[in-house]
Design a protein around this ligand. Structure first.
Ligand SMILES: [Cu+2]
Length: 340
């Protein structure tokens, strides 16, 4: 029989198997897997909102080799991420730059062009899970021609009950956009700078207890509008409303098919869990009490797993993960860089 320590070690690494953005499509045509996107050296999150890595993640080890991809204002952009059981929104930002191949992205001038938070009882990651971890949106029609960094951000809230516990996953694509816009887009924000560790949508003390996800709005301000009269803000988000037919089991198939998914690893370990492991980390569905949209430890239905608390004799995987995270909190939040 495995000791709790061994299981804990296995699960900590499983839980910390994170996510990256790997591919984009422009009007349903892709330049290729990991083409046009700066790949960070690991799939670990950034957790320090003051870090320059908040802009485009940890600098790629193949810097300079990334292709800048052509697109037109108004084009449809589809992104595909790794499977994610981490609850939270997805947002997209653009930054006009002189040279997309060399700009670091850190600093002022970013503007938001797309956002999906918590829709119809599902976080963006769950909605994407029902769509092969893809999400589609459009470039604003009023964009001026030029080079841009396109930043895709998935914020994970499963640790947001502590300051610094929110996890940021992001990547930047390099785009050369042809557009007819003559003005600029705004409002703009600075990355880093805009996000503060204790912002109400980043540090959420009650994230597991009474938090109303339906009122959540992702960081970064409102979606921008571009140019002068006649230009439109980012059009609606085609894939944010998945086919209703899929909506009852948003993450089932990706979980089953993704070997790299932390859920698969977790379920492969011989942990004695009582609940089905189909969606252990992400929210299985809106809980009956309706107050804890982020799955893990609804205090009303599972034994307390406070930081110093002991693990109960029988426990669900969600409870165990939350117990682990509480137990290893300081390390777990910084684990990322060290473990990968
Ligand atoms: Cu992770």
């Amino acid at each position: 029989m495995l000791s709790k320590t061994i299981i804990a070690t296995a699960l900590i690494s499983a839980v910390s198997a994170h996510q990256n953005w790997h591919q984009l499509w422009i009007n349903n045509e892709t330049p290729g897997y990991q083409v046009g996107i700066r790949m960070p050296p690991s799939n670990s999150p950034v957790v320090d909102v003051t870090s320059n890595d908040m802009a485009c993640n940890v600098p790629s080890t193949n810097g300079g080799a990334v292709e800048t991809v052509e697109a037109n204002a108004g084009d449809s952009i589809k992104v595909k991420w790794d499977q994610s059981g981490h609850p939270g929104p997805i947002t997209h930002f653009l930054l006009p730059v002189e040279d997309a191949a060399t700009a670091t992205g850190a600093g002022a001038g970013w503007f938001k062009i797309d956002e999906v938070d918590y829709v119809d009882g599902k976080w963006a990651n769950e909605i994407m899970g029902a769509n092969d971890m893809t999400h589609e949106f459009k470039l604003p029609t009023g964009l001026p021609s030029g080079q841009y960094l396109l930043r895709s951000e998935m914020l994970a809230l499963h640790g947001a009950q502590t300051v610094g516990g929110a996890q940021w996953y992001m990547g930047c694509a390099q785009l050369k956009i042809t557009g007819t816009g003559t003005g600029s887009c705004g409002p703009t924000i600075s990355i880093p700078g805009e996000y503060k560790a204790e912002d109400a949508n980043i540090y959420i003390p009650n994230v597991y207890n009474g938090f109303d996800a339906t009122k959540f709005t992702a960081p970064g301000g409102p979606v921008a509008t571009c140019g002068g009269a006649g230009s439109a803000p980012a059009p609606s988000v085609p894939s944010s409303t998945p086919k209703p037919a899929n909506s009852t089991v948003p993450v089932a198939s990706p979980v089953a098919s993704s070997v790299a998914s932390p859920i698969s690893e977790a379920s492969a370990t011989p942990v004695a869990v009582e609940t089905p492991v189909s969606t252990p980390i992400s929210t299985p569905s809106v809980p009956s009490n309706g107050t804890a949209p982020i799955s893990s430890p609804p205090a009303s239905t599972t034994p307390s797993t406070g930081a110093g608390g002991a693990l109960p004799e029988k426990f669900t995987l969600a409870t165990f993960i939350s117990w682990l995270e509480a137990k290893a909190a300081p390390k777990a939040r910084r684990h990322a860089r060290a473990l990968y």
